[in-house]
Design a protein around this ligand. Structure first.
Ligand code: GUN
Ligand code: ZN
Length: 440
């Protein structure tokens, strides 16, 4: 019930200044005990002042302790097709993804796939996620059950798709509405589960289904909404032909009442200024998915334009279009995408977007994303380095190598992000319970 973990504590108390490596908003407490009581963060003590004997102590000295990462867009069934060769978005869906998702109609496949997926998230250092299962009601059911067993914070919902998908992967408006109502009743607000009205993308829902999705959101305040938007130029053209009445791809969602503070839209590469202002005014967020955008050749997300307009951006793996569940890999590729756009993504802006920033964008700050007292004890112990090269680089950044010493926290953390991955995860706790440890 009372757990104290010793390590280098890193989290955010506010939003770091964009484009700056200064420590504003960064809460850095090297060699501290993080106190977790009844599953919640209770405070911190300097390393030389351990809490009393009634606290169970765990020594992770020399490791980085951070709030668990929040992956704001990822597909549970697509572990089966991660790293599939040779296609862009629309062909990739037809060739690999849709056949794999059909298997989740089987409750046994959905249960095993959900367990594999959530355990993999934990092993990669992510403790919360906004997740697409499949069109099948049973796939959402299985995901919520597996999340409940682990006590994880999951936002998910049955995928809506009533056209432009193969047999075995389509629903219909009335059946989908009834399934959503059942799932909302059973899961929304139950434990740490929340329901998201989940429109796959505009192409796979009829006008009638999009309108139904908007009615669900209006009927149940507090629901989330998740979808894809403006990922790929062929997709954008297709949407324009399917919805000639809409000003833009994003406008299709706006017209149907799908944009709000709890809306998570993946990608958002091919947006214009008007769209970005609409995102800002509605409070919706773009989930930036760099490994997916590079792998599928979709394009380079313009984060600077988002900053200029002032809409929210969070970080997401988008597995299986994305190539890793590791948020470190995701952030490192995000840096490279922004470098190609002529902008530098600081370690602080990147990490904030994957922790406190995501929690704020989801309306879940206070529960996840930081070590604020009262937050849930979802946290990860990370090795600063794995392997010879990363180890040497970390020594330089720590100032331990003569003549090369950088001794800047940003340099050290940036090298950790750039060189690290799931091999750096030593242990993951959810609500103060250790749910994953690296095998000895
Ligand atoms: N657009 C519609 N469905 C998908 C999907 O499964 N993955 C990605 N990356 N984009 C999509
Ligand atoms: Zn996706």
């Amino acid at each position: 019930m009372k757990l104290a973990i010793r390590g280098d504590l890193l989290d955010f108390s506010a939003t770091p200044t964009w484009g700056s490596t200064a420590l504003d908003g960064v809460r850095w407490r090297p060699d501290h005990w993080l106190l977790v009581e009844q599953g919640r963060i209770a405070g911190a003590l300097p390393g030389e002042q351990p809490p009393g004997e009634d606290w169970q102590r765990e020594d992770q000295s020399g490791r980085l302790l951070m709030p668990g990462f929040i992956d704001t867009h990822v597909h549970c069934p697509q572990i089966d097709v991660i790293a599939s060769y040779g296609t862009g978005l629309l062909d990739w869906l037809d060739t690999y993804t849709f056949p794999a998702e059909r298997r989740f109609a089987d409750p046994a496949v959905a249960a095993a796939g959900s367990a594999l997926f959530l355990d993999a998230l934990l092993a990669h250092g992510s403790t919360a996620a906004v997740v697409f299962p499949t069109v099948h009601k049973v796939s959402a059911q299985a995901l919520f059950e597996a999340a409940t067993q682990r006590g994880m914070r999951i936002v998910a919902g049955k995928v809506l798709m009533d056209r432009h998908a193969p047999d075995g992967l389509r629903d219909d408006v009335a059946g989908a509405e009834a399934d959503c109502e059942d799932l909302i009743r059973q899961w929304h607000g139950q434990g740490r589960n929340a329901y998201a009205v989940t429109v796959r993308f505009a192409a796979t829902s009829t006008h009638e289904q999009l309108a139904m999705a908007g009615r669900l959101l209006a009927r149940h305040p507090g629901l989330f909404m998740q979808t894809h938007v403006a990922e790929n130029t062929d997709e954008v053209k297709w949407i324009a032909s399917l919805f000639p009445e809409a000003r833009s791809y994003l406008d299709v969602y706006h017209r149907n009442g799908l944009l709000g503070e709890r809306s998570v839209l993946a990608h958002g590469i091919w947006l214009d200024t008007h769209d970005r202002a609409l995102l800002r005014d509605s409070g919706a967020q773009i989930a930036f998915c760099p490994t997916s955008n590079l792998f599928l050749g979709s394009g380079l997300f313009d984060w600077q334009a988002a900053i200029d307009v002032g809409h929210r951006v969070t970080m997401a793996s988008d597995v299986g279009g994305g190539t890793s569940l590791s948020m470190l890999r995701t952030l490192a590729e995000g840096y490279k995408v922004q470098a190609l756009r002529g902008t530098r993504l600081s370690a602080w802006s990147a990490l904030h977007a994957a922790t406190r920033g995501a929690a704020e964008a989801l309306g879940l700050a206070g529960e996840i994303g930081s070590f604020d007292p009262g937050s849930t004890g979802d946290l990860v112990a990370w090795d600063w380095a794995q392997g010879t090269v990363a180890g040497h680089r970390d020594s330089v950044a720590r100032g331990a190598v003569r003549d090369l010493a950088e001794q800047s926290l940003h340099a050290r953390v940036f090298a950790w992000i750039t060189l690290g991955d799931e091999r750096n995860v030593a242990a993951t706790w959810v609500a103060g319970r250790p749910l994953w440890r690296r095998p000895a």
